[in-house]
Design a protein around this ligand. Sequence first.
Ligand SMILES: [Cu+2]
Length: 124
Amino acid sequence: MASSSASQGNGNALRLVALLLCVMFIVDQAAAAVVPVGGNTGWMLGNKFSKLSIKSKDQLLFKYPANVHDVVQVSGADYKSCNANGQTRRSGYDQISLGPGTYYFICGVSDHCKQGMKVTVTVS
Ligand SMILES: [Cu+2]
């Protein structure tokens, strides 16, 4: 009798652990997000960018008219001086996955970077 009750207790504990794992998985999935740079208005002149923090499971999204802007991934030094030297994206809808670290993006068109189209992204 006592042993039967104990094994039932183990079964319940296993079910609880399984349920918790499912919930953790679902919560983890839900937490992964597409983070638009500049919010709903996107990558554009006049928007405030400066710093953004995301998780490595998130995706960064640069949304902009492709005939007006671009997105250049640059070094910290080139970020400061607005030197558009680096990998350039031009699709108008650039979705980017990044590992943990610090990344610098600027607009390479005309003087847009000096006008504020630059963002530092910290990925944890
Ligand atoms: Cu631009």
